[in-house]
Design a protein around this ligand. Structure first.
Ligand SMILES: *[C@@H]1O[C@H](CO)[C@@H](O)[C@H](O)[C@H]1NC(C)=O
Length: 440
């Protein structure tokens, strides 16, 4: 819309300059331009903001026209009707951070941390203990985003005393809706049901399977969380720094925060083409090379860290993200969103990881010493001296890994994301903080 307006104005001005000598014609064209501008402004208002009251996007101070240009004004966001649990959790999302008595202010150049979780309390307990040992953690705000409401998970987060904490709950998580969309609703097709034979509702994915709420919940949560932390929370108002994203099965080493601060500081100078910084290699099985150099490589999904500039680029690709038939958020990013940026999306990291993915012992973990796994609620993993203090040297040069293997443009997706309702809900999340929405 704004592009449209600027172009039209430019056309008006150039026709203007060709008619300098005739005062009458100048007056006519000036008033024509004014009339046109007025009309276009009216159209912009009507087109992008259906409701007459003030839109919620102003609440976080986003008055950037470019956002409205990226969003399709003809798309009508729709959100499912909320039940009592969903409404009460949304209410809790508005509570201010806790522990402000212990940590009254955040450090000037802090990196915020977002931990997104589902329901593995034994894992979360380990992650929270690891965070409590991180040097500098008291300088920042930890935002915990919950997919579903699970009292045990809640209790672990409420026990945190080592930094400011804010909890948010995805109010449209399939886990909150046992009898209706985005959960399972009566009349939904299942598995490979034929909608005509069974008289059921739903679209299949490219492999002929119907939606499963359990499977789609993760991608919905990730997208809701991204939109909410960047564009919805008052705590993010005027925040132009970086956010670190971690999950409930990422052990965070004590030097993670100080390493990350250094990486973020070095990034513009050492790797201007890097969009992000990472705590760990993109190969989740690797703990790093141990070289005396920084590494630039493809985006990984452990401890990725970026600022609002990157978020705006991602948000602009909402349609690509939401319409791709792939239920994993990260594979969706690698296969559609990052390739659509037009340039390789590098991330900067140290050559020894500061975060480690863990799982249940004996299942996916190899026998090598570097891997971490949980047995009986205990993590089998040793924190070494080199992981306690910042182990990145600002004088190191950057080693680039090019043409790495992994998911990329052209991959068709693993499916699981074929239902129009999921795509619509996903796309609606991109609009909730930018304009008013209607309820189903
Ligand atoms: C984000 O970081 C990049 C450098 O990596 C910088 O060019 C950009 O201005 C930053 N964005 C904001 C909003 O500060």
């Amino acid at each position: 819309m704004a592009f449209n307006r600027r172009n039209r104005l430019k056309d008006g001005n150039s026709s203007n300059s060709g008619l300098k000598r005739a005062l009458l014609l100048v007056l006519v064209s000036v008033s024509a331009v004014l009339a046109l501008t007025f009309l276009l402004k009216q159209r912009i208002k009507l087109g992008s903001i259906p409701s007459s009251s003030s839109p919620s996007y102003t609440s976080v101070g986003i008055e950037d026209d470019s956002i409205l240009v990226q969003l399709d004004p003809s798309f009508k966001p729709e959100l499912p009707k909320q039940n009592d649990l969903s409404l009460s959790l949304e209410e809790r999302n508005r509570l201010p951070p806790r522990n402000t008595d212990l940590f009254p202010s955040l450090a000037k150049d802090h990196i915020k941390i977002v931990l997104y979780v589902h329901n593995r309390p034994k894992y979360l307990d380990i992650v929270v203990k690891s965070l409590s040992q991180v040097d500098g953690i008291g300088e920042t705000l930890l935002i915990v985003s919950h997919d579903g409401y699970f009292p045990e998970m809640d209790k672990i987060i409420q026990g945190i005393r080592f930094c400011q904490v804010k909890q948010i709950y995805a109010p449209y998580s399939p886990h909150l809706f046992p009898y209706s969309f985005p959960g399972v609703s009566p009349g939904d097709c299942r598995d490979k049901d034929n909608p005509l034979e069974k008289n059921c509702r739903g679209n299949t994915d490219q492999y002929g399977n119907h939606r499963s709420p359990r499977i789609v919940s993760l991608k919905h949560h990730w997208w809701w969380m991204m939109n909410t932390v960047w564009d919805g929370l008052p705590e993010m108002h005027n925040f132009n720094g970086h956010i670190l994203f971690i999950e409930e099965d990422h052990f965070i080493l004590p030097n993670a925060y100080r390493n990350l601060q250094l990486l973020v500081e070095l990034k513009p100078k050492k790797c201007p083409q890097c969009y992000a910084a990472n705590l760990a290699p993109s190969d989740v099985k690797s703990r790093g090379e141990g070289w005396e150099s920084l590494i630039a490589e493809r985006m990984g999904n452990i401890g990725y860290t970026f600022n609002r500039t990157m978020w705006r680029k991602i948000h602009a690709k909402a349609k690509e993200f939401c319409n791709f038939d792939e239920y994993n958020w990260d594979i969706t990013m690698w296969s559609t969103v990052y390739p659509s940026f037009g340039t390789p999306v590098y991330t900067l990291r140290g050559s020894r990881s500061s975060a480690v993915h863990f799982g249940k012992c004996g299942l996916h973990q190899g026998q090598d010493a570097a891997s971490a796994c949980v047995d009986d609620g205990e993590l089998k993993f040793q924190v070494e001296e080199a992981d306690r203090v910042c182990n990145i040297n600002p004088d190191w040069s950057v080693h680039f890994f090019q043409r790495q293997s992994g998911y990329q443009a052209g991959f068709k997706g693993w499916g699981g994301w074929g239902d129009e309702r999921d795509r619509r809900l996903c796309l609606s999340f991109a609009y909730i903080y930018h304009q008013h929405h209607s309820h189903q």
